[in-house]
Design a binder for this molecule. Structure first.
Ligand code: NAD
Length: 500
């Protein structure tokens, strides 16, 4: 019997009443294993109402209460790493070790949230004028929403809700409809940890559910992670409706390799970062820029390594790379490789014909490597989000930097070199939100924020870290005067108040 994934509202599972469902497929077999309920406007309203009701007490709860629940949640998450990873593999397709890695990176943000008391510490200035003190405090916003992509069904929601609820907000999550089960498991663990009903809610669905969250008057802020066109739409629509928004978009991450780099280390890094999770990572390296004479040697080293990658079902421990999320996406990724030669690329590896014995209906594609890619090629211009690595050649560092900075995306980038001066120059000159120096996927640790520039992020604040705390709270400044009973009355003074 097909499993049904329902909503989580007010601390319990709520069956979808709209009658609309979406299919969830196991990408390794191509089989529809699960149906996910799609929320109607009324169902989204019910989740927001539950969150609004819960905010009345959660917003007033003590830091000690909130963090003790988060510590319990952390322990449960730790104990359930495998169970969550299995759900991810079954619906996303990524290999188990990769799914475990995403849970671990999500857990880092829970760690951060457990220590929220330090981040929420206010500031106090005493005696700014005679017997006057000034305090700056930060308070929660109320009901906040998160809308998340398919490629990290556990980690990306955990970039958001631990900080949001630690700050005293209540949360409505709209996860990707393609792999919805991990979010429900997380909801159950939060409940088991003692989170009061309604503080964390999950509504599944499509544009109907998202649009209702964007316009709902009780939703005060929206965090989004997904593709650039939808990120732009979310930012525009939610901002027009008066909400605070952070909308992280797509990417085309470049890895610049200077002639003095350790080419073996660079090739290892390029292969790991390009083909890990079948390239379905916003921090995947999708364009290597080889500077000077090293191009041929680097491409050869990448080819040798890439050819050895073992592709198969994510629950097979021998697999290093799994299938793509949907058949439609597989075919789209293949189209970039199929059209590459006509666009002037040299096709070094073509993975389009790949299949896995016994899993013929899975969404398989093999490893593709395109060399001497012109910037006009679609394979360079678009975010492919698949196991296709493009290599571009330039004569100089300056030419490579201009090429990277001309990209509309600015999520992450990396430089491989032994020259500290060149690396320092690159980190200052490159237009991207996250920079790696001899590090291929610079996903910042939880206590530093994550976010891109240009078309990779719409809004002012990055996600998690200090930016996360700022996003989910608003500032208030309290000026206090306690006059001494011995003071003479100040009297009326219509002049503009001055400090003295
Ligand atoms: P997506 O934009 O298709 O979907 C993201 C979310 O938006 C989902 O919950 C989806 O249901 C919803 N959505 C989709 N179409 C919508 C519409 N027309 N109106 C309203 N809501 C809509 O993204 P995806 O395919 O799930 O994820 C892959 C993308 O996410 C890639 O572009 C990747 O780079 C990006 N991503 C970015 C980051 C980052 O940190 N910058 C991290 C992870 C993924």
């Amino acid at each position: 019997m097909t499993k049904i994934v329902n909503h989580w509202i007010g601390g319990k599972t709520v069956e979808g009443a709209s009658g609309t469902h979406g299919p969830v497929t196991n990408p390794a077999t191509g089989e529809v294993t699960t149906k996910v309920a799609f929320a109607s406007v009324e169902e989204v309203d019910a989740a927001v109402a539950a969150a609004k009701e819960a905010y009345l007490t959660w917003g007033q709860s003590s830091l000690a209460q909130r963090t003790s629940i988060l510590f319990k949640f952390r322990a449960l998450l730790d104990a359930n790493r495998d169970a969550i990873a299995e759900l991810i593999t079954a619906e996303h397709g990524k290999v188990h070790s990769d799914a475990l890695g995403e849970v671990a990176r999500g857990l880092e943000i829970v760690d951060l949230a457990c220590g929220i008391s330090v981040q929420l510490k206010g500031e106090l200035s005493t005696q700014v004028a005679s017997r006057v003190d000034v305090a700056s405090i930060r308070q929660p916003l109320g009901v906040v929403a998160g809308i998340t992509p398919f490629n990290f069904p556990a980690m990306v929601p955990m970039w958001m809700f631990p900080i949001a609820i630690a700050c005293g907000n209540t949360f409505v999550l709209k996860p990707s409809e393609k792999d919805p089960s991990a979010s429900l498991k997380i909801a159950e663990l939060l409940s088991e940890a003692g989170l009061p009903d309604g503080v964390f809610n999950v509504v599944h669905g499509d544009k109907v559910a998202v649009d209702r969250l964007l316009e709902h008057p009780d939703v005060k802020a929206v965090s989004f992670v997904g593709s650039t066109p939808i990120a732009r739409y979310i930012h525009t629509t939610a901002s027009a409706n008066g909400k605070r928004v952070q909308a992280l978009g797509g990417a085309k991450n470049h890895m610049l390799v200077l002639p003095d780099a350790d080419l073996d280390a660079a090739a290892d890094a390029a292969v790991s970062a390009a083909y890990g999770s079948a390239g379905e990572r916003c921090m995947a390296i999708s364009a290597v820029v080889a500077v000077g004479s090293i191009g041929d040697e680097l491409v050869e080293k990448i080819r040798e390594r890439a050819e050895k990658i073992k592709i198969g079902p994510g629950d097979d421990p021998a697999s290093e790379m799994g299938p793509l999320i949907t058949k439609v996406h597989r075919d789209k990724v293949a189209s970039y490789v199929e059209g590459a030669a006509a666009e002037g690329c040299e096709v070094i590896l073509d993975g389009t014909g790949y299949t896995v014995d016994g899993f013929e209906d899975g969404h398989w594609i093999g490893i593709s490597l395109l060399d001497k890619v012109p910037t006009s090629a679609k394979a360079y211009q678009d975010e492919i989000f698949g196991p296709v690595l493009t290599v571009l050649r330039t004569e100089t560092y300056e030419e490579a930097l201009d090429l990277i900075n001309a990209s509309p995306f600015g999520n992450g980038t990396a430089i491989f070199t032994r020259d500290g001066g060149a690396a320092r120059r690159f980190q200052l000159e490159v237009e991207a939100g996250m920079v790696g120096v001899n590090v291929p996927i610079p996903v910042p640790v939880g206590y530093h924020s994550f976010g891109g520039w240009k078309d990779s992020l719409f809004g002012d604040l990055h996600i998690y870290g200090n930016d996360g705390t700022h996003f989910y709270t608003r500032g208030k400044v309290v000026t206090t005067r306690w006059p001494d009973p011995a003071d003479a009355p100040a009297g009326v003074d219509l002049g503009f108040p001055r400090n003295h």
